[in-house]
Design a protein around this ligand. Structure first.
Ligand code: DHB
Ligand code: FE
Length: 281
């Protein structure tokens, strides 16, 4: 039987990817950010995942504003890094697990979560930057990846509670897959940030830390936050944090916090990160 072995949540700031690609990780601004992910790489390597489900958002890269699914599951065998305007990032092609992905689609759609099945998709910084933060910069990613795209770009995005419940359905799907697979579920994006308009640069560390505390607890506070509150307290792009709730929903009610990191800023964003395991594990 496949099982969810842990969840890992982290920001996906594109400038983090640029710092890696341009060899700037040793600069003081960036050592502050990257030092927080040194321990992460060891923890994730020790967990030995076979598959990572990466809950991420596309930034109008693979999906133009012509079609914006709320939830879209990557069922392909591979996902190439997208060209976001400076050429594709020089990172490995993301290899999918089409059998497990098809099984998850079958299970969660029967469970009344109407995912869009995606058989062709290029992945932007929303997916590739978190992979770097978890795995470093290897020549091939060390496990298969199932990208799950969530719309947080075009109003109306799904509620955090809906995301949490989708995570529960994904867990049920994973646990009914017959092969023994170790599955890591990653929630990406956030934390507080606003990248345009008069409030550009807004960061709310108090909000972010309370959110991290909630995820390390039973997540009821995080699940209750409405869009307007995310917008007001955490900036227009702070809504990306709902994706962390998909990963949290795939865990038990009681979790153990394996690791946490928080720093401000990276580009316009508060960088937050947490790794959770089921307390019973
Ligand atoms: C920034 C953060 C994001 O999450 C994003 O998608 C784009 C830019 C930023 O802080 O620059
Ligand atoms: Fe983003």
């Amino acid at each position: 039987m496949a099982k969810i072995i842990a969840s890992a949540m982290c920001s996906h700031v594109p400038a983090i990817g640029a710092a890696i690609d341009l060899g700037k990780t040793g600069e003081p601004y960036w050592t502050r950010v990257f030092s927080g992910f040194e321990k992460t790489k060891q923890i994730i390597a020790d967990l030995k995942p076979d598959v990572a489900i990466v809950v991420f958002n596309d930034h109008a890269t693979a999906f133009s504003m012509d079609f914006v699914p709320t939830f879209a599951l990557g069922c392909a065998d591979e996902f190439a890094p997208a060209d976001e305007g400076w050429g594709p990032r020089p990172v490995p092609v993301v290899k999918g697990h089409s059998e497990l992905a098809a099984h998850i689609a079958q299970s969660v759609i029967q469970d009344e979560f109407d995912l869009t099945v995606v058989n062709k998709m290029e992945v932007d910084h929303g997916c590739t930057v978190p992979l770097n933060l978890m795995f470093g910069s290897p020549s091939e990613w060390p496990c298969k990846v199932i990208p799950l795209m969530v719309n947080v770009v075009l109003f109306p995005p799904p509620s955090g509670n809906r995301c949490f419940n989708l995570g529960k359905a994904i867990r049920k799907a994973v646990e009914s897959y017959p092969e023994d697979l170790r599955v890591l579920i990653m929630g990406t994006g956030g934390m507080s940030h606003q990248i345009s308009g008069p409030r550009a640069g807004l960061i709310n560390s108090e909000f972010d830390k309370k959110y991290l505390d909630s995820l390390a607890g039973d997540a009821s506070h995080a699940r209750s936050i409405k869009h307007v509150e995310f917008m007001r307290e955490a900036g227009a792009e702070g809504i990306e944090m709902v994706m962390w709730l998909v990963a949290r929903g795939a865990m038990d009610e009681k979790v153990t916090e394996k690791y946490r990191f928080y720093t401000v800023p990276a580009s316009n964003t508060a960088v937050g990160h947490i790794i959770l395991e089921n307390a019973a594990a």
